[in-house]
Design a protein around this ligand. Structure first.
Ligand code: PAF
Length: 281
């Protein structure tokens, strides 16, 4: 496994791969890898001849009061895990490599970027789409793999790729959960044992929404209030949002007549967690 720090080196490795007739799968990450990331790597391995993974904690997607400085950085461990999975290239640039002095250009997917997490984290999706488009230009993958856990990110990246004719296919992989239902997240490491228990309320609340939906309810306001009742029972959780939206454009769906994304974010202590479920019409 080769660890590459320079964009030019990564691009040259990708071009050598592709001119050799091999197809390249790419998994962008911010490191602190867990089973969710590894499931993306495994999907990439199954579909591609060669796999590249990026590890870059992207400063432009964190707000000034957010956890950029304390975001877990476990580079050595991450590389050992990736090597075990048979990854060929790890692209691990510095902040200066990705954002050379004077960089002022951003990629913005309008409207969608202001929904869900974009509403409570202004500028977050602008940072994501900017870094992902840079990574796509550098890595030039055939396929890029993303997790359904970040459902809004998926919708926004798909739209960016479509609108800007980026020559990459987006592959979305299912949420990986711990046995009790908690969605895998690098931020779970912030939770103490009591908060870890409280964090299960996100999943419980989504399961309640799904149960009410299965019983025949199609009115989103009623589904949302069923989910909120569950959250309200957990004193240490503070809801940021719980919404029912169209999974493609993230518009609010008042009545469910097609597949609907139920997305939520909640704070447990100071840790902000997200989760979602898709209701199949
Ligand atoms: O999902 C993530 O880990 C990040 O948002 C991504 C896609 C690697 C961009 O920094």
């Amino acid at each position: 496994m080769k660890i590459l720090k320079a964009a030019a080196e990564m691009r040259a490795a990708s071009r050598r791969t592709r001119t050799g007739g091999k197809r390249l799968g790419f998994v962008p990450t911010m490191g602190a890898l867990h089973q969710g990331h590894l499931s993306l790597v495994q999907a990439a391995k199954a579909q591609s001849d060669v796999v590249a993974v990026s590890i870059f904690v992207n400063p432009t997607q964190f707000g000034p009061q957010e956890d950029f400085a304390k975001y877990p950085r476990t580079f050595e461990r991450d590389c050992a895990l990736l090597e075990k999975e048979g990854v060929e290239f790890v692209f691990a640039p510095s902040v200066d490599e990705m954002y050379p002095n004077g960089a002022v250009t951003y990629v913005i997917v309008e409207r969608l970027s202001e929904k869900l997490c974009g509403r409570s984290r202004p500028g977050h999706f602008r940072g994501v789409t900017t870094v992902v488009s840079k990574l796509f230009h550098i890595v030039e993958p055939d396929w890029a793999f993303f997790g359904q856990k970040d459902a809004a990110q998926v919708a926004i990246i798909r739209r960016m790729v479509r609108d800007l004719d980026m020559p990459v296919e987006i592959v979305v992989c299912p949420i990986v959960r711990q046995p009790d239902g908690l969605a895998m997240s690098s931020r779970n490491t912030y939770l103490d044992p009591q908060q870890r228990k409280s964090a299960l309320v996100l999943y419980r609340s989504l399961m309640r929404v799904e149960e009410v939906f299965r019983s025949g309810e199609r009115n989103s306001a009623k589904l949302i209030s069923a989910g909120k009742e569950v959250i309200a029972q957990e004193a240490s959780a503070r809801l940021d949002y719980l919404e029912v939206v169209d999974p493609d454009n993230l518009d609010f769906m008042p009545v469910i007549s097609a597949d609907a994304l139920v997305a939520m974010a909640a704070f447990v202590g100071t840790t902000r967690l997200i989760d979602n479920v898709v209701l199949k019409a």
